[in-house]
Design a protein around this ligand. Sequence first.
Ligand code: ADP
Ligand code: MG
Length: 290
Amino acid sequence: ATPTSIMVGTGRAAELGVLFRKGDALQQLDEARVVAFDKTGTLTKGHPTVTRIELAKGFEHDTVLRLVAAVEGKSEHPIARAIEAAAKGMDLPEVTTFTAISGYGLQACVEGRDMLVGAERLMTREDVAIDGFAGVVEDLTAKGQTPVFAAIDGQLAAVLAVADPVKPTSRAVVKQLHAQGLKVAMITGDTAATAQAIATELGIDHIEAEVLPDGKVAAISGLRERFGPVAFVGDGINDAPALAEADIGLAVGTGTDVAIEAADIVLMSGDLAGVVNALHLSRQVMRNIR
Ligand code: ADP
Ligand code: MG
């Protein structure tokens, strides 16, 4: 690659809101065979809301929501902001002990009650029975929503449905990447049924779901073995190792500083059209050089 054509390419990219942080990024992007996306905050807006609260027998709405929201007040996860918003105006109790279990959810003590809030695998891990909720879970995951399980003193108290709509341009971006002959994959910690529903909505052909935070790196190398060089697009703190592992890492500019620092390319806006713009540019520049 000649330095001049790369400079022209990266200059043009800046006008399109794409920042190349490394000199060989244009070349690397041109060589990618698969584009893998993080789900939450990358393909989706990352501002979820609670759409439904299904209570177990003997539990009361305000009592449960107040305790769950208090626990979520200690969490950094986007789901936590959704649940806090659902409890807006409520007087929240103090949380005495709190642990975030990466990839599972939260464990805490509130007003002497042992609380567990998180994914189904957290309930399985802590031996909380969730039978009776299979229908509810199936229904909401089929809509692409995430079930959040809440247990109080070892009893399942409620399942909260959390919806995080896809960004308006995500579907078109997937289509354009396919048109360029690329494989498109999604990597998420979310449950398989939810991931499947979102992937179907977006036309994504390959899903890696229920990936624990430190499993994202392995998911990237697995994709590389199957398909070839991988471009990964992510936004979160937990995406940084995967951004570094990928042959080319693209951070969403609205994401965390940690992700941006780990990336080769930064999309200045949250719009994923930047991925397609960057790709077109890399194709143009590399074609001119050859
Ligand atoms: P992701 O953000 O990609 O879903 P995480 O590893 O952060 O991946 O979380 C995995 C799963 O654990 C989430 O999909 C969610 O079900 C659950 N979880 C994590 N943090 C919380 C939280 N604060 N409240 C409820 N559930 C949570
Ligand atoms: Mg994310």
